[in-house]
Structure formats: C-alpha cells, structure tokens
Design a binder for this molecule. Structure first.
Ligand code: CDP
Ligand code: MG
Length: 707
C-alpha cells in the first residue's frame, strides 16, 4: 500500500521504541484478524500505531478507531496525533468522549472512550464504518473495554454478524502494557502477539514511614506527599517529579501546599543541585480544562524543575517525558460496589503491588530514576493486593447488561467474559433492570428498556427523565440530568472567610426554590445562569463553576436531541397528570429514584428501603442538612461513605408517591432470575414462577402498607 500525504511532523517520534517495528507491525495487522500488541508504557503504541496504519492505507476502507478507558487520555492523545500529522483536531484526527464529539465526516483516525464505541456497537453491530479497531489500555481492564473484547470475539465466532453491513473484514488490535498477553491471545482464538522490545532503566524504590496499615482511611498522606516532593526538589539532582494522588480536590490542595512551601525556598542555600532554580507545579486530573492539560507535556523552561501532581491517569494512559522521580501516595480512587449500601461508591483504596510497580516504572523510561513510596514496607505487605481486580468484578453491571440485552445477547451469564463477574452481580443487574421496567419477567428488553439504552446516563436518572417526558414536563428533568452528569458545580474555597461567603451564596440559591429540594436547586441554578445576561459573572458572584455549567448547557442540548429523536417513535409513552409543578417534578424523580428511598428513623438518621436497611445521614452539602422541619421520606441521588454513610442531592417525598413502586424492590429474588438470565425458561416454568411470585407480592404489599 502506498503512503498517503500526511506524514508525522515530529522527528522525535522516530526515537520511540516502536519506530523500528513499523513495517513488521503493519504486516502483522494485515495478516491477522486479531493481534495483541504489547510494549512498555511510552514506547509509542497509542500515538504511533494508528498513524502507521493510516500511512499504510488502512483508512481507505474505513476509520481507524482507537479506544481509551479515560476521557482525558482520548482527548490529549488525539491532540498530540493531530499535531504530529499536521492537521486540525476534529478533522482527519478527532476524538469522541461522552457529551463531546470532536470529529467530522472526514475523520479517519478517531480516538474515543470505550463507552462511546460501545454505544456505536448498539447502532451498528458490525462497526461498518471502521477498517480497524484498536482497543487500547486493555490491561486497565475497564468494564467497557472488557465488554467490547467479548463482543468483538463473539462477532467473529458468528460470521454472519462479523460481515453484516461490511464489504471488507474488520481488523482488531488489542494493546496492553503488561504481561497478560498470553491470556488475551488465548481469549482471542490464539491470535499472534507482537511484543515491542523496550529498554527500561533501573528505578530505586524506598519505603517511607508515614502510612502504616492502620492508616488505610486516613488522608494525612497529602501532607506527607508534599513534604517528600519538596525534599526531592531540594536534595536530588535535576529531573522532573511525578506525584500520584487520588483525585481533584486532593490534588488541588497538594498543589496549593507545594506552591506555598516552594515560595520560601532560598535557591542559594537550600538546594543541592545548583542548576535547579525553581519549581513548576502542575495538576493533572480527569475533569481539567484541555488547555491546561496540554501544558503537562511541554518541557519546563531551563533551570526549572517540573512537578506534576496527578491521578492514576499518569500511570499508564499518559506518558510525560523527563520524569526522574516518583512520589507515590499508595492510594487510588476506585469505583466499587459497596455491599453495605448496595450501590457503587467511589472509594479511596490502597493500590495493588503491580500498580505500585507500574507507577515506579514511570521514572525509568529514559534513564535510571528513583521512587519514593510514602508508605511502610508493612503496608505494602499487608494492605496492598497483588493485582487490581478488574472493574467488571467489582462494579454494577446494570448499564452494560442492558446494552448486551439490546444487542440480542440474552444469555448474559455465558457471554465470553475475559474474567467472569460473579453470577450474583449479573443477577443484581437483572434485578435492577427489572425494577426499572427495562426488562420483563422473562429477561427480554421492554419498550421502555429500548428507550433507556439510548441515554448515556445512569438507568435511574434515565427512567426519571423518560417519566417526565411522558407527562410533558421534560423541561424540569433535562437540566437536572445534565447537572448531575457534569463535575460538581458548587465551588467550595479552601480559606474559611471565602468558604463562609460561598456557603451563604449557595444557601441563598437553595432558598430561591424553598430550600427543601436539592434537585430543584440544580434546576434553578441552571435556569438562572442560562437566562442571565452575563452568565460567567453570575457564576463568579454565586461561587458556581462556570466551566461546569457550560458543560451542563451542552449536555442538556444533547440529551434533548436524543429525547426528541425518541419522541418521534409512535410507541413513545404518553401519560397525563394533574397536580402542581413541585409535586409533578418530585413524582418524576421518584420514578427513577425509588430504589434510593430512605425513611426517617431516629433523630436525623434515615433508613434506606432497598432491603439493605442502611442507616444514612444527610450530607452537609445538602440544603436539607440544616432544616429544622421533620422529614419523613426522602429520595437521594448518591451516597458518600466515610465513617458514616451520607446521602447527597436529597429531596423530600410523600410515601404515597412510592407506595406502588416500593414493592417492586422486593418482588423478585435474584436467584430466581438466574434461569431468566440464561434464556432457558419454558412456558410451564414461567407459569409456576409467576403464580408463586404473585402470592409473595400480595404478602409483601401488605407488609409495606403497614409501614
Ligand atoms: O502508548 P504508549 O504508552 O506506548 O506510548 P504513547 O502514549 O504513544 O507515547 C509516546 C510518546 O509520545 C511519549 O514520549 C509521550 O511523552 C509522547 N506524548 C506527548 O508528548 N504528548 C501527548 N499528548 C501524548 C504522548
Ligand atoms: Mg498508550
């Protein structure tokens, strides 16, 4: 195949380990359907391979699609590749992440999150627009990547599916930075493995004394990390520092502290390496604005040491050149299913040993380096697992199971999973889908389920939105769904005076809607800002994140477009409702949040009604936190687990509104769903089951009534 016009502009890409294998890699992709590519992080897999395939002419048959588990990685890598190929981002090279599509008709190299590709599979199971799909960062084992792996494998074992809508065969490349390649190859019909040899330099690792086994839940590590980073700055030779923390607020705090302390350094006396004359501190986390992300990759000015304070994203997804020192907090923020509350909760947990090795390795890419672990050797031995558990085995599967069902895969238990989730997680997902009326008792997708799958939102929120649309009040729910899909809009400054001021403003915003409903506050903030003449200064005055609100405006438009499309269907549900607006609003919310209902228990403690019966408290950020009125029943958006379980984004409801929905929470026993999951139910079994269930339901309804 001949070379096309856009050649890499950056000559330094020729120095990457992958460069020598260009021709062989192209040949390997040409010769096989599936190919596993492995190589050290930073060897050039993500940025170079798609360009090689483009140059080799693969894009003549369709786009080259590259998936990433993280949105920041998809965006920054696309930026870099657009630069290297000397084209405008969004033209030949583009990206797509949830609610942000930066591609056009001409896009041939498309970076996207794995979630976006999964949505595309729903619309076009044969992926007919693509010539090559590259699943990247497979070692991260994100839920969506794991599902895509299974789907692509499935497609090829079923030739009619694989070729549907296609005139040429699809190539699939699976890229991973770690050693699980044998397992991957075995999974993909023993496909070839291409290993890019790379040189790694030794990294000297030391343990600290700050984090001991009993400190698992402590956040004191932020201070320690700052101290160690400053020590490195003053007593080590030139070379950049990469600090690993867990999330945005922590990172911002660490950067503030670092900045403050670095100010007082006297470079004549305090610093060992006299070529070092300053410290440049840069945060790196998921929801950061893109122009700031770009600065991370630029080399610092001469004499200046760069210190990047990042989340786990810098462990494998992004490679920053020039890093010589690592400061590792030993923690990561992870979404885990919390069996105590029966929900997925973002938790700060110790990283695995393999993750710690990966973090350390970032210091040894181009020369030897050092890694300072702030935790003790004992912490390493006792608290850190060997490997990270794949997401599919630790989070809610509700949304992906609905996707699989919509793709016609009914036997969700025997679906080819690279690592099988526990059966009870699959059954739990089926149960929730059944509660939301997305599937029927036979496990088949309902009309409502077909509508629900179209929205990139949590099924509960989608259910509430669809309910609102069916009674003609989507104007109330669209903004709320959008506001709950962006980062936190309320700014809470660090210093006490400003904090007081911000809290006061936020309370005033809540009071505008009666101060009793956090969902209504979100709606009101959205509307007030949108109708303001100068929305950015309105935000500034009210301590609201303007950037987050701008995203919310765009998300709302996109959700509205999806809804409008669905409303054209003849079978879109229509209901009538009489009652006032506040009641209507809250009743629509109940349709999606009846799984998150809590009832007042003793004092200000509430008890959830989902069978877990957890004792929960209203979070201080809620406008209901300080209310003196007696609340009886409430619904909530999510929970935060610390030493207590807090519910956030809360609103009071009346028992009558959920009375008919609550029994559904106890209607089916997950284990009875296991036969449904396999699509083996005979009519006779179904009848027996239904009779038994009806009797049980009768009993339970009366129990709830007594409550
Ligand atoms: O995918 P893999 O880890 O093998 O490497 P890569 O992400 O393709 O990175 C190759 C090189 O590109 C590294 O030296 C990165 O620092 C550089 N890069 C960059 O400078 N800016 C980006 N936005 C992405 C990568
Ligand atoms: Mg990569």
């Amino acid at each position: 195949m001949s070379e096309t016009s856009r050649k890499p502009k950056y000559s330094d890409s020729k120095h990457l380990p992958i460069y020598r294998y260009k021709a062989k890699l192209i040949q390997a992709v040409e010769e096989s359907t599936f190919l596993v590519v492995t190589g050290e992080t930073g060897s050039g897999k993500t940025t170079q391979l798609p360009q090689y395939l483009y140059e080799a002419g693969f894009s003549r048959n369709g786009k080259i699609g590259v998936t990433q588990p993280r949105r920041v990685a998809a965006i920054t890598v696309a930026q870099r590749v657009a630069q290297e190929m000397d084209c405008t981002l969004g033209k030949e090279v583009g990206y797509q992440v949830r609610f942000d599509d930066c591609t056009c008709q001409d896009t041939v190299v498309k970076y996207m999150t794995d979630g976006c590709l999964l949505r595309e599979v729903l619309a076009d199971p044969g992926l007919s627009q693509y010539s090559v799909i590259i699943l990247d960062e497979v070692h991260e084992r994100s839920l969506n990547t794991d599902i895509l792996l299974g789907l692509l494998k499935n497609n090829f074992s079923n030739p009619s599916k694989a070729t549907k809508g296609r005139s040429f065969p699809l190539k699939v490349v699976v890229m991973s930075a770690t050693l699980e390649t044998d397992k991957l190859s075995a999974f993909l019909s023993c496909c070839p493995v291409f290993a890019i040899p790379g040189r790694v330099f030794p990294v000297e690792c030391t343990f600290g004394s700050a984090v001991k086994p009993k400190d698992v839940e402590s956040t004191a590590y932020v201070k320690e990390v700052v101290k160690v980073a400053l020590d490195v700055h003053t007593s080590e030779l030139a070379g950049d520092i990469l600090v690993f923390l867990t999330g945005q607020s922590e990172i911002e705090r660490a950067c503030d502290l670092l900045f403050e302390k670095a100010e007082s350094i006297d470079y004549r006396y305090d610093v060992l390496d006299q070529t070092v004359e300053g410290l440049l501190i840069l945060p790196l986390y998921g929801s950061m604005p893109t122009d700031q992300q770009r600065r991370i990759f630029q080399p610092p000015p001469p004499g200046i040491r760069k210190c990047v304070v990042a989340t786990n994203i810098a462990a494998t997804s992004l490679t920053i050149n020039g890093i010589k020192y690592i400061v590792d907090s030993g923690f990561v923020k992870q979404l885990n299913h919390n069996s105590r509350v029966g929900m997925d909760v973002l938790e700060v947990v110790p990283i695995s040993k393999s993750e710690a090795e990966q973090r350390a390795g970032r210091a040894g890419r181009t020369s030897s380096g050092k890694c300072f672990r702030i935790y003790t050797k004992e912490f390493w031995e006792k608290c850190m697992p060997e490997y990270t558990v794949p997401e599919i085995q630790r989070t809610s599967l509700t949304a992906v199971i609905l996707t699989l069902k919509c793709l016609g895969i009914h036997d969700v238990i025997r679906f080819p999973y690279l690592d099988r989730p526990e059966e009870r997680f699959i059954l739990e997902a089926l149960k929730q889908l059944y509660q939301f009326d997305a599937i029927d008792r036979r496990g088949r997708v309902t009309k409502l389920g077909e509508l629900m799958v179209e929205f990139p939102l949590h099924p509960g929120l989608t259910r509430a939105l669809l309910k609102a649309a069916s009674v003609g009040c989507e104007e109330l729910l669209l903004p709320v769904a959008a506001m709950l899909s962006v980062e936190n809009i309320f700014i809470r400054p660090g210093d006490p005076d400003n904090q007081k001021e911000a809290d006061k403003k936020h309370r005033a915003l809540a009071a505008k809607t009666g101060g009793m409903n956090d969902f209504a506050t979100l709606l009101s903030v959205f509307q007030s800002c949108k109708s303001s003449d100068r929305p950015s200064s309105w935000c500034k005055d009210n301590w609201i994140h303007w950037r987050a609100l701008k995203s919310a405006f765009s998300v709302e438009t996109q959700l509205r477009e999806i809804l409008l499309r669905l409303q054209q269907r003849k079978d879109f549900p229509v209901e009538t409702f009489d009652g006032n607006k506040s009641e209507l609003f809250r009743r629509c919310l109940c349709a999606g949040y009846f799984t998150n209902v809590a009832r007042s228990s003793v004092g200000k403690v509430f008890c959830t009604m989902d069978g877990h019966g957890s004792m929960v408290h209203i979070h201080p950020s809620s406008s209901l936190f300080e209310q003196e009125v007696d609340l009886n029943w409430v619904i909530f958006h999510d929970v935060l687990v610390t030493s207590r379980i807090y519910i956030r984004t809360v609103c009071p409801i009346r028992y009558e509104w959920v009375k008919d929905l609550l029994p559904k929470l106890h209607e089916v026993d997950v284990y009875e769903l296991s036969s449904v999951a396999r699509e083996e139910v005979t009519d006779e079994e179904m009848m027996k089951w239904e009779t038994r269930e009806a009797a049980k339901r009768q009993q339970e309804v009366s129990t709830v009534d007594v409550v």
